[in-house]
Design a protein around this ligand. Sequence first.
Ligand SMILES: [Mn+2]
Length: 319
Amino acid sequence: MLHGDVPTLFEAPTAHGSQADIVLLGVPYEGILVADRHSQSPPEPRPPESFYARFGADEAPDAIRQASLIYSLEHAGGVAAELDFHTISENLEIVDAGNHTLESAEEVAEEAAGSGGITIALGGDHLVPLPLMRGKQKGKPEHIAVVVFDSHLDLHPAPPLWAGSQWRTLIEEECVRPEDMIIIGPRGVRQSTHEIEYARQHGVTVIPLQEIDDRGLSAVCEQFVARLESVDSVYISLDIDVVDPGFCPAQKYPDAAGLEPREILTMMRRATAVRPLAGFDLCCFSPRYDEGQRGALTAARFALEAVYAILRRRVLDLV
Ligand SMILES: [Mn+2]
């Protein structure tokens, strides 16, 4: 157990330090909130909650950990049907480093990367990749691509330290080059024209969900995977609102008719077959809107796929 009735993610051993093949961590950070249709609010004091103004990302890591019991590495070592029934714990050292602030999450990512490992992080809102990518690039500087699954572009110029401006901040501080950013799945009308103008001017690849419907998943995969051939590794960031709320209602910013979990798993697999995974985060999950833990189970499955990405290269000897 991590604390109380909350198990570690996948019942992995708790961490002593941040050295392992995979360091799991929670970052229960909720930043700037949507207060209403016209304004934002600091996280404290919280504005009145409504269908439009939703929060609870700070409750996400432990809720996902509870559902991750289904994928326990402990019960039988985690025998992976999708990977020729290899046993995860026989091939990888995986630890859960507990919950962290943005500041200490950056330190965990730096230490993990410095010793040749990666982090798999449960947010938190979508600011969470900012410290994780900074830490990764400090611990092991590499030419990385970032594959983002999100209904939104998150390319606003301001405010700083906001879950709507994090990619622009990371581009401007040269953590990632804009031409190595691929944003998959935008849909709906919660977008701004200046964000798509920025993407077009700077060469950020944007693949709206409609394009997947029109051209098919395989064609889209071929397109974005080709962009990964020039990089060392690929960081994947998954905003849960890219998923159809029918599969995962536990979202801060739900929008109807999204991607199905298996489509996302396929794209994660295709991306990490080309280049090693540099890190993974899952953000904007809010368990207070979940129904029967099916959203938490879906979220845990995405985190498991990130584990698979490392295991696959290990057992197939791709590294
Ligand atoms: Mn989003």
